[in-house]
Design a protein around this ligand. Structure first.
Ligand code: GLU
Length: 495
Protein backbone atom coordinates (compact mmCIF):
# COMPACT_ATOMS: atom_id res chain seq x y z
CA UNK A 1 0.00 0.00 0.00
CA UNK A 2 3.02 2.22 0.42
CA UNK A 3 2.64 5.49 -1.45
CA UNK A 4 -0.78 4.71 -2.89
CA UNK A 5 -2.78 5.53 0.19
CA UNK A 6 -4.89 8.66 -0.12
CA UNK A 7 -7.29 9.50 2.68
CA UNK A 8 -9.41 12.51 3.36
CA UNK A 9 -10.92 14.36 6.27
CA UNK A 10 -14.13 15.86 4.94
CA UNK A 11 -15.78 18.07 7.53
CA UNK A 12 -18.82 20.23 6.88
CA UNK A 13 -18.22 23.76 8.11
CA UNK A 14 -21.42 23.88 10.14
CA UNK A 15 -19.96 24.86 13.52
CA UNK A 16 -16.93 24.31 15.70
CA UNK A 17 -15.01 21.13 15.05
CA UNK A 18 -15.91 18.68 17.79
CA UNK A 19 -13.77 16.12 19.45
CA UNK A 20 -15.15 13.24 17.39
CA UNK A 21 -14.27 15.07 14.20
CA UNK A 22 -10.79 15.73 15.48
CA UNK A 23 -10.33 12.05 16.23
CA UNK A 24 -11.46 11.16 12.69
CA UNK A 25 -8.94 13.63 11.31
CA UNK A 26 -6.22 12.19 13.52
CA UNK A 27 -6.89 8.57 12.52
CA UNK A 28 -6.86 9.52 8.85
CA UNK A 29 -3.62 11.40 9.35
CA UNK A 30 -1.95 8.55 11.28
CA UNK A 31 -3.06 6.08 8.63
CA UNK A 32 -1.73 8.28 5.82
CA UNK A 33 1.63 8.76 7.53
CA UNK A 34 1.90 5.09 8.43
CA UNK A 35 1.60 4.18 4.75
CA UNK A 36 3.51 7.20 3.46
CA UNK A 37 0.37 8.31 1.71
CA UNK A 38 -1.47 11.62 1.47
CA UNK A 39 -3.84 13.30 3.90
CA UNK A 40 -6.42 15.46 2.14
CA UNK A 41 -8.64 18.09 3.69
CA UNK A 42 -11.89 18.57 1.79
CA UNK A 43 -14.44 21.12 2.93
CA UNK A 44 -17.97 19.79 2.38
CA UNK A 45 -19.85 23.06 2.27
CA UNK A 46 -22.78 22.25 0.00
CA UNK A 47 -25.46 22.78 2.61
CA UNK A 48 -25.72 26.52 2.47
CA UNK A 49 -28.40 26.73 5.12
CA UNK A 50 -26.03 25.25 7.69
CA UNK A 51 -22.91 27.12 6.63
CA UNK A 52 -21.12 28.87 9.49
CA UNK A 53 -18.66 31.66 8.89
CA UNK A 54 -15.19 30.96 10.38
CA UNK A 55 -15.91 27.25 10.75
CA UNK A 56 -13.28 26.44 8.14
CA UNK A 57 -10.74 28.55 9.98
CA UNK A 58 -11.62 26.74 13.20
CA UNK A 59 -10.95 23.41 11.47
CA UNK A 60 -7.59 24.61 10.18
CA UNK A 61 -6.58 26.02 13.56
CA UNK A 62 -7.57 22.84 15.36
CA UNK A 63 -5.62 20.59 13.00
CA UNK A 64 -2.57 22.83 13.15
CA UNK A 65 -2.71 22.95 16.94
CA UNK A 66 -2.58 19.15 17.07
CA UNK A 67 0.25 18.96 14.58
CA UNK A 68 -1.88 17.34 11.88
CA UNK A 69 -0.38 18.46 8.59
CA UNK A 70 -2.56 18.69 5.50
CA UNK A 71 -0.96 17.47 2.27
CA UNK A 72 -3.71 18.71 -0.02
CA UNK A 73 -6.52 21.10 0.84
CA UNK A 74 -7.98 24.54 0.20
CA UNK A 75 -4.81 26.17 1.55
CA UNK A 76 -2.50 23.67 -0.07
CA UNK A 77 -3.80 22.94 -3.55
CA UNK A 78 -2.70 19.65 -5.09
CA UNK A 79 -3.61 18.05 -8.39
CA UNK A 80 -7.20 17.28 -7.45
CA UNK A 81 -8.66 20.65 -6.50
CA UNK A 82 -10.60 22.70 -5.81
CA UNK A 83 -10.91 21.26 -2.31
CA UNK A 84 -14.05 23.15 -1.32
CA UNK A 85 -17.20 21.50 -2.65
CA UNK A 86 -18.97 24.80 -3.21
CA UNK A 87 -16.32 25.48 -5.86
CA UNK A 88 -17.01 22.20 -7.67
CA UNK A 89 -20.65 22.69 -8.60
CA UNK A 90 -20.23 22.08 -12.35
CA UNK A 91 -18.47 18.81 -11.68
CA UNK A 92 -21.45 17.43 -9.76
CA UNK A 93 -23.87 18.57 -12.46
CA UNK A 94 -21.86 16.74 -15.05
CA UNK A 95 -21.94 13.51 -13.06
CA UNK A 96 -25.63 13.83 -12.15
CA UNK A 97 -26.29 14.21 -15.86
CA UNK A 98 -24.29 11.09 -16.55
CA UNK A 99 -26.44 9.11 -14.11
CA UNK A 100 -29.64 10.39 -15.71
CA UNK A 101 -28.36 9.38 -19.11
CA UNK A 102 -27.45 5.86 -18.08
CA UNK A 103 -30.78 5.39 -16.33
CA UNK A 104 -29.66 5.41 -12.71
CA UNK A 105 -31.16 8.76 -11.82
CA UNK A 106 -34.10 10.92 -12.86
CA UNK A 107 -35.57 14.42 -12.62
CA UNK A 108 -38.33 14.89 -10.07
CA UNK A 109 -40.60 17.92 -10.21
CA UNK A 110 -42.83 17.26 -7.21
CA UNK A 111 -43.65 20.24 -5.04
CA UNK A 112 -43.38 20.15 -1.27
CA UNK A 113 -47.18 19.90 -1.04
CA UNK A 114 -47.26 16.96 -3.42
CA UNK A 115 -44.62 15.18 -1.40
CA UNK A 116 -46.53 15.82 1.82
CA UNK A 117 -49.73 14.53 0.25
CA UNK A 118 -47.97 11.36 -0.86
CA UNK A 119 -46.67 10.73 2.65
CA UNK A 120 -50.02 11.44 4.23
CA UNK A 121 -51.79 9.14 1.83
CA UNK A 122 -49.36 6.32 2.54
CA UNK A 123 -49.51 6.82 6.28
CA UNK A 124 -53.28 6.66 6.18
CA UNK A 125 -53.10 3.39 4.35
CA UNK A 126 -50.95 1.96 7.13
CA UNK A 127 -47.39 2.64 6.00
CA UNK A 128 -45.52 4.12 8.99
CA UNK A 129 -42.45 5.29 7.06
CA UNK A 130 -43.50 6.38 3.60
CA UNK A 131 -40.74 6.75 1.07
CA UNK A 132 -40.14 8.07 -2.39
CA UNK A 133 -39.09 4.69 -3.74
CA UNK A 134 -39.46 2.14 -6.51
CA UNK A 135 -43.19 1.89 -5.86
CA UNK A 136 -44.22 5.44 -5.09
CA UNK A 137 -42.05 7.05 -7.76
CA UNK A 138 -44.47 5.64 -10.31
CA UNK A 139 -47.27 7.90 -9.18
CA UNK A 140 -45.18 11.04 -8.77
CA UNK A 141 -44.17 13.82 -11.16
CA UNK A 142 -40.81 12.82 -12.52
CA UNK A 143 -38.99 12.07 -15.74
CA UNK A 144 -39.95 8.40 -15.42
CA UNK A 145 -43.68 9.08 -15.38
CA UNK A 146 -44.08 12.28 -17.43
CA UNK A 147 -43.93 12.26 -21.23
CA UNK A 148 -40.50 13.10 -22.59
CA UNK A 149 -41.60 16.38 -24.18
CA UNK A 150 -43.19 17.61 -20.98
CA UNK A 151 -39.99 16.92 -19.09
CA UNK A 152 -38.10 18.89 -21.71
CA UNK A 153 -40.59 21.74 -21.53
CA UNK A 154 -40.35 21.92 -17.76
CA UNK A 155 -36.57 21.94 -17.84
CA UNK A 156 -36.51 24.67 -20.48
CA UNK A 157 -39.06 26.74 -18.58
CA UNK A 158 -36.77 26.61 -15.57
CA UNK A 159 -39.21 24.66 -13.38
CA UNK A 160 -37.75 23.62 -10.05
CA UNK A 161 -36.52 20.06 -9.92
CA UNK A 162 -34.30 17.72 -8.00
CA UNK A 163 -32.33 14.77 -9.33
CA UNK A 164 -33.01 11.49 -7.54
CA UNK A 165 -31.15 8.21 -7.49
CA UNK A 166 -33.16 5.26 -8.78
CA UNK A 167 -32.70 2.92 -5.85
CA UNK A 168 -33.40 -0.69 -6.89
CA UNK A 169 -36.55 -2.15 -5.36
CA UNK A 170 -35.25 -5.28 -3.73
CA UNK A 171 -31.55 -5.71 -3.43
CA UNK A 172 -29.18 -6.58 -0.66
CA UNK A 173 -26.34 -4.10 -0.63
CA UNK A 174 -23.16 -5.58 0.75
CA UNK A 175 -19.73 -4.24 1.50
CA UNK A 176 -16.71 -5.07 3.60
CA UNK A 177 -15.77 -2.67 6.33
CA UNK A 178 -12.16 -2.83 7.51
CA UNK A 179 -13.30 -2.42 11.11
CA UNK A 180 -16.77 -3.92 11.20
CA UNK A 181 -16.29 -6.73 8.73
CA UNK A 182 -19.14 -7.76 6.49
CA UNK A 183 -22.01 -5.24 6.38
CA UNK A 184 -25.29 -5.52 4.52
CA UNK A 185 -28.36 -3.35 4.08
CA UNK A 186 -31.65 -3.93 2.29
CA UNK A 187 -32.39 -1.44 -0.48
CA UNK A 188 -36.07 -1.50 0.27
CA UNK A 189 -35.41 0.63 3.35
CA UNK A 190 -33.92 3.40 1.26
CA UNK A 191 -35.46 6.49 -0.25
CA UNK A 192 -34.67 7.45 -3.83
CA UNK A 193 -31.95 9.75 -2.57
CA UNK A 194 -31.89 13.33 -3.77
CA UNK A 195 -28.55 13.84 -5.50
CA UNK A 196 -28.97 17.36 -6.79
CA UNK A 197 -31.11 19.81 -4.86
CA UNK A 198 -33.41 22.45 -6.32
CA UNK A 199 -30.87 25.16 -5.50
CA UNK A 200 -28.47 23.39 -7.87
CA UNK A 201 -26.25 22.16 -5.06
CA UNK A 202 -25.41 18.47 -4.75
CA UNK A 203 -26.34 16.59 -1.61
CA UNK A 204 -23.72 15.10 0.63
CA UNK A 205 -24.08 11.67 -1.01
CA UNK A 206 -23.39 12.74 -4.57
CA UNK A 207 -20.63 15.21 -3.79
CA UNK A 208 -18.92 12.84 -1.37
CA UNK A 209 -18.84 9.92 -3.79
CA UNK A 210 -17.85 11.96 -6.83
CA UNK A 211 -15.05 13.65 -4.92
CA UNK A 212 -13.73 10.51 -3.29
CA UNK A 213 -13.52 9.00 -6.74
CA UNK A 214 -12.01 12.01 -8.52
CA UNK A 215 -9.57 12.67 -5.68
CA UNK A 216 -8.51 9.02 -5.87
CA UNK A 217 -9.28 8.38 -2.24
CA UNK A 218 -8.15 4.86 -1.39
CA UNK A 219 -9.65 4.54 2.09
CA UNK A 220 -12.72 6.22 3.53
CA UNK A 221 -12.19 6.43 7.29
CA UNK A 222 -15.06 8.14 9.06
CA UNK A 223 -17.33 7.98 12.09
CA UNK A 224 -19.88 5.24 12.62
CA UNK A 225 -22.70 7.76 12.20
CA UNK A 226 -22.01 7.60 8.47
CA UNK A 227 -22.36 3.84 8.22
CA UNK A 228 -26.02 4.09 7.21
CA UNK A 229 -25.05 6.39 4.31
CA UNK A 230 -22.64 3.86 2.92
CA UNK A 231 -25.22 1.64 1.13
CA UNK A 232 -26.36 4.72 -0.79
CA UNK A 233 -22.76 5.38 -1.69
CA UNK A 234 -22.27 1.78 -2.74
CA UNK A 235 -25.24 2.15 -5.11
CA UNK A 236 -23.72 5.31 -6.51
CA UNK A 237 -20.35 3.66 -7.09
CA UNK A 238 -22.15 0.83 -8.88
CA UNK A 239 -24.18 3.26 -10.97
CA UNK A 240 -21.00 5.04 -12.04
CA UNK A 241 -19.18 1.73 -12.50
CA UNK A 242 -16.45 2.93 -10.20
CA UNK A 243 -14.54 0.87 -7.65
CA UNK A 244 -15.59 1.34 -4.07
CA UNK A 245 -12.74 2.65 -1.89
CA UNK A 246 -11.88 0.65 1.21
CA UNK A 247 -14.34 1.54 3.97
CA UNK A 248 -13.63 1.91 7.69
CA UNK A 249 -16.18 3.21 10.17
CA UNK A 250 -14.79 4.33 13.52
CA UNK A 251 -16.56 3.50 16.79
CA UNK A 252 -18.73 6.13 18.42
CA UNK A 253 -17.36 8.16 21.29
CA UNK A 254 -19.44 7.39 24.36
CA UNK A 255 -20.17 9.44 27.44
CA UNK A 256 -18.97 8.01 30.78
CA UNK A 257 -22.62 7.88 31.87
CA UNK A 258 -23.54 5.80 28.81
CA UNK A 259 -24.89 6.66 25.38
CA UNK A 260 -23.30 8.67 22.64
CA UNK A 261 -21.28 11.68 23.80
CA UNK A 262 -23.57 14.44 22.62
CA UNK A 263 -22.94 18.11 23.05
CA UNK A 264 -25.52 18.28 25.83
CA UNK A 265 -24.14 15.26 27.63
CA UNK A 266 -20.61 16.56 27.38
CA UNK A 267 -21.64 19.88 28.83
CA UNK A 268 -23.45 18.33 31.74
CA UNK A 269 -20.48 16.08 32.48
CA UNK A 270 -17.89 18.83 32.23
CA UNK A 271 -16.25 17.38 29.12
CA UNK A 272 -14.92 19.88 26.59
CA UNK A 273 -16.65 18.98 23.33
CA UNK A 274 -15.07 21.25 20.72
CA UNK A 275 -11.44 21.23 19.67
CA UNK A 276 -11.46 24.94 20.35
CA UNK A 277 -12.29 24.31 24.03
CA UNK A 278 -9.08 22.33 24.43
CA UNK A 279 -7.06 25.14 22.95
CA UNK A 280 -8.76 27.77 25.08
CA UNK A 281 -8.50 25.70 28.24
CA UNK A 282 -4.76 25.30 27.70
CA UNK A 283 -4.53 21.57 27.28
CA UNK A 284 -1.24 20.27 25.92
CA UNK A 285 -1.73 19.32 22.26
CA UNK A 286 0.52 16.24 22.63
CA UNK A 287 -1.75 15.03 25.42
CA UNK A 288 -4.92 15.52 23.39
CA UNK A 289 -3.37 13.69 20.44
CA UNK A 290 -2.15 10.79 22.58
CA UNK A 291 -5.50 10.57 24.36
CA UNK A 292 -7.58 10.73 21.17
CA UNK A 293 -5.41 8.10 19.51
CA UNK A 294 -6.35 5.71 22.31
CA UNK A 295 -10.04 6.60 22.10
CA UNK A 296 -10.95 3.62 19.92
CA UNK A 297 -7.52 2.23 19.12
CA UNK A 298 -4.61 0.70 20.98
CA UNK A 299 -1.27 -0.67 19.84
CA UNK A 300 -1.97 -4.02 21.47
CA UNK A 301 0.52 -3.80 24.30
CA UNK A 302 0.33 -1.89 27.57
CA UNK A 303 2.29 1.13 26.40
CA UNK A 304 0.43 4.41 26.80
CA UNK A 305 2.73 7.29 26.02
CA UNK A 306 3.37 7.96 22.36
CA UNK A 307 4.41 11.01 20.40
CA UNK A 308 2.74 11.79 17.10
CA UNK A 309 5.68 10.24 15.27
CA UNK A 310 5.45 7.07 17.29
CA UNK A 311 1.67 6.89 16.76
CA UNK A 312 2.24 7.23 13.01
CA UNK A 313 4.57 4.25 13.15
CA UNK A 314 2.19 2.13 15.19
CA UNK A 315 -1.24 2.95 13.81
CA UNK A 316 -3.14 0.30 11.89
CA UNK A 317 -6.87 -0.04 11.29
CA UNK A 318 -7.02 -3.65 12.46
CA UNK A 319 -6.38 -2.43 15.98
CA UNK A 320 -9.33 -0.03 15.94
CA UNK A 321 -12.12 -1.34 18.14
CA UNK A 322 -15.67 -1.99 16.99
CA UNK A 323 -17.35 -1.06 20.23
CA UNK A 324 -17.94 2.49 21.44
CA UNK A 325 -15.00 4.22 23.08
CA UNK A 326 -15.77 5.80 26.44
CA UNK A 327 -14.42 9.30 26.99
CA UNK A 328 -12.42 9.18 30.21
CA UNK A 329 -11.68 12.71 31.31
CA UNK A 330 -9.38 11.58 34.12
CA UNK A 331 -7.27 9.77 31.59
CA UNK A 332 -7.00 12.91 29.50
CA UNK A 333 -5.81 14.86 32.54
CA UNK A 334 -3.33 12.09 33.27
CA UNK A 335 -1.91 12.49 29.77
CA UNK A 336 -1.88 16.24 30.21
CA UNK A 337 0.07 15.96 33.45
CA UNK A 338 2.58 13.74 31.75
CA UNK A 339 3.23 16.13 28.88
CA UNK A 340 3.24 19.14 31.18
CA UNK A 341 5.85 17.65 33.53
CA UNK A 342 7.97 16.57 30.65
CA UNK A 343 8.57 20.15 29.59
CA UNK A 344 11.71 21.93 30.78
CA UNK A 345 11.02 24.52 33.47
CA UNK A 346 12.38 27.33 31.33
CA UNK A 347 9.98 26.52 28.54
CA UNK A 348 7.09 26.52 30.98
CA UNK A 349 8.27 29.87 32.34
CA UNK A 350 8.01 31.35 28.86
CA UNK A 351 4.51 30.00 28.40
CA UNK A 352 3.46 31.29 31.82
CA UNK A 353 4.52 34.78 30.79
CA UNK A 354 2.49 34.52 27.62
CA UNK A 355 -0.60 33.18 29.32
CA UNK A 356 -0.66 35.15 32.54
CA UNK A 357 -2.75 38.24 32.91
CA UNK A 358 -1.00 39.44 36.03
CA UNK A 359 1.61 42.03 34.90
CA UNK A 360 3.93 40.96 37.70
CA UNK A 361 4.09 37.45 36.20
CA UNK A 362 4.52 38.88 32.72
CA UNK A 363 7.53 40.89 33.86
CA UNK A 364 8.93 38.29 36.24
CA UNK A 365 12.53 37.12 36.17
CA UNK A 366 12.83 33.99 34.00
CA UNK A 367 14.88 32.07 36.51
CA UNK A 368 12.37 32.81 39.25
CA UNK A 369 9.45 31.71 37.07
CA UNK A 370 11.26 28.56 36.02
CA UNK A 371 11.77 27.67 39.68
CA UNK A 372 8.08 28.19 40.35
CA UNK A 373 7.13 26.11 37.30
CA UNK A 374 9.43 23.31 38.47
CA UNK A 375 7.88 23.36 41.91
CA UNK A 376 4.25 23.52 40.79
CA UNK A 377 4.10 21.34 37.70
CA UNK A 378 4.14 18.23 39.84
CA UNK A 379 0.97 19.31 41.59
CA UNK A 380 -1.33 20.38 38.78
CA UNK A 381 -2.92 18.98 35.64
CA UNK A 382 -2.76 22.00 33.34
CA UNK A 383 -0.54 24.97 32.78
CA UNK A 384 -3.21 27.52 33.67
CA UNK A 385 -3.26 25.94 37.12
CA UNK A 386 0.47 26.55 37.45
CA UNK A 387 -0.33 30.21 36.99
CA UNK A 388 -3.27 30.37 39.36
CA UNK A 389 -1.56 28.28 42.00
CA UNK A 390 1.61 30.35 41.63
CA UNK A 391 -0.15 33.68 42.04
CA UNK A 392 0.91 33.88 45.71
CA UNK A 393 4.53 34.20 44.67
CA UNK A 394 3.68 37.60 43.27
CA UNK A 395 1.04 38.98 45.58
CA UNK A 396 0.93 39.17 49.37
CA UNK A 397 -2.31 37.54 50.55
CA UNK A 398 -5.10 40.09 50.51
CA UNK A 399 -7.34 37.78 52.41
CA UNK A 400 -7.07 34.34 53.93
CA UNK A 401 -8.93 31.31 52.71
CA UNK A 402 -11.90 30.82 54.99
CA UNK A 403 -11.71 27.09 55.23
CA UNK A 404 -8.00 27.25 55.93
CA UNK A 405 -8.62 29.77 58.73
CA UNK A 406 -10.27 27.05 60.77
CA UNK A 407 -6.74 25.84 61.34
CA UNK A 408 -5.69 29.20 62.78
CA UNK A 409 -6.14 28.35 66.47
CA UNK A 410 -5.59 30.22 69.71
CA UNK A 411 -2.03 28.98 69.99
CA UNK A 412 -1.18 29.82 66.36
CA UNK A 413 -0.03 33.44 66.82
CA UNK A 414 2.40 32.44 69.58
CA UNK A 415 3.91 29.60 67.56
CA UNK A 416 4.17 31.62 64.37
CA UNK A 417 5.73 34.55 66.22
CA UNK A 418 8.30 32.25 67.82
CA UNK A 419 9.13 30.74 64.45
CA UNK A 420 9.54 34.19 62.98
CA UNK A 421 12.01 35.16 65.68
CA UNK A 422 14.01 32.04 64.84
CA UNK A 423 14.25 32.63 61.13
CA UNK A 424 14.91 36.31 61.48
CA UNK A 425 18.39 35.31 62.52
CA UNK A 426 19.01 33.67 59.11
CA UNK A 427 20.96 35.66 56.54
CA UNK A 428 19.63 36.07 52.99
CA UNK A 429 22.04 33.32 51.89
CA UNK A 430 21.06 30.88 54.59
CA UNK A 431 17.34 31.45 54.01
CA UNK A 432 17.09 27.98 52.49
CA UNK A 433 14.35 25.32 52.54
CA UNK A 434 16.38 22.91 54.69
CA UNK A 435 17.17 25.53 57.33
CA UNK A 436 13.62 26.81 57.34
CA UNK A 437 12.37 23.31 57.95
CA UNK A 438 14.87 22.69 60.71
CA UNK A 439 13.72 25.80 62.54
CA UNK A 440 10.15 24.66 62.32
CA UNK A 441 11.09 21.34 63.81
CA UNK A 442 12.90 23.09 66.64
CA UNK A 443 9.88 25.19 67.48
CA UNK A 444 7.42 22.31 67.50
CA UNK A 445 9.61 20.06 69.60
CA UNK A 446 10.31 22.88 72.05
CA UNK A 447 6.59 23.46 72.44
CA UNK A 448 5.81 19.78 72.28
CA UNK A 449 3.13 20.16 69.59
CA UNK A 450 2.44 18.33 66.33
CA UNK A 451 3.89 19.41 62.98
CA UNK A 452 0.58 20.73 61.66
CA UNK A 453 0.10 23.02 64.63
CA UNK A 454 2.73 25.34 63.20
CA UNK A 455 2.82 24.26 59.60
CA UNK A 456 -0.80 25.14 58.87
CA UNK A 457 -0.88 28.64 60.33
CA UNK A 458 2.50 29.35 58.75
CA UNK A 459 1.20 28.30 55.34
CA UNK A 460 -1.86 30.48 55.78
CA UNK A 461 0.30 33.47 56.76
CA UNK A 462 2.71 33.07 53.85
CA UNK A 463 0.37 31.97 51.06
CA UNK A 464 -3.15 32.80 52.26
CA UNK A 465 -4.15 29.18 51.44
CA UNK A 466 -4.55 25.93 53.30
CA UNK A 467 -2.76 23.89 50.64
CA UNK A 468 -0.07 24.36 48.05
CA UNK A 469 3.44 23.36 47.06
CA UNK A 470 6.25 22.57 49.46
CA UNK A 471 6.13 25.45 51.93
CA UNK A 472 9.84 25.60 52.70
CA UNK A 473 10.87 25.69 49.06
CA UNK A 474 8.19 28.31 48.49
CA UNK A 475 9.55 30.43 51.35
CA UNK A 476 13.06 30.14 49.99
CA UNK A 477 11.84 31.34 46.59
CA UNK A 478 9.88 34.19 48.15
CA UNK A 479 12.91 35.39 50.08
CA UNK A 480 13.43 36.54 53.63
CA UNK A 481 11.99 40.02 53.35
CA UNK A 482 8.70 38.90 51.82
CA UNK A 483 8.21 36.00 54.20
CA UNK A 484 8.80 38.12 57.30
CA UNK A 485 6.50 40.83 56.00
CA UNK A 486 3.72 38.36 55.34
CA UNK A 487 4.07 36.81 58.80
CA UNK A 488 3.85 40.24 60.38
CA UNK A 489 0.75 41.10 58.42
CA UNK A 490 -0.94 37.83 59.36
CA UNK A 491 -0.14 38.26 63.04
CA UNK A 492 -1.55 41.76 62.87
CA UNK A 493 -4.72 40.79 61.00
CA UNK A 494 -5.44 37.45 62.61
CA UNK A 495 -4.10 38.12 66.10
N1 GLU B 1 -19.16 15.97 5.46
C1 GLU B 1 -19.27 14.80 6.27
C2 GLU B 1 -19.01 15.22 7.71
O1 GLU B 1 -19.36 16.29 8.05
C3 GLU B 1 -18.27 13.80 5.80
C4 GLU B 1 -18.55 12.39 6.17
C5 GLU B 1 -17.61 11.50 5.42
O2 GLU B 1 -16.44 11.45 5.85
O3 GLU B 1 -17.98 10.94 4.43
O4 GLU B 1 -18.48 14.53 8.53
Amino acid sequence: MKGTVRVRFAPSPTGFLHIGGLRTALYNYLFARHHEGKFILRIEDTDQSRYVENAEQDILDSLAWCGIEVDEGPQKPGDFGPYRQSERKEIYHKYAQQLIENGHAYYAFDTTEELDQMRERLQKSGNPSPKYDAITRQSMKNSLTLPQDEVQKRLEAGDEYVVRLKVPRRETIRFEDLIRGHVSFESKGLDDQVLLKSDGMPTYHLANVVDDHLMQVSHVIRGEEWLSSTPKHVLLYQAFRWDLPEMAHLPLIMSPSGGKLSKRKAESEGIPINAKNYIEQHYEPEAVVNFLAYLGWSPGDDSEIHSMQSLCNLFTLDRVSKGGAVFNHKKLLWYNEHYLREQPDHQLAGRMKELAENPKIKKADNEFLANIAGLLKERVSKIDEVISMGEFFFEDPQQYDEKALKKWKDDSPGLVAEYKENIEALTEESFKAANLKEHLQNVISKNDVGFGKLMMPLRIAVTGQGFGPDLFVSMELLGKETVLRRIDTALEKLG
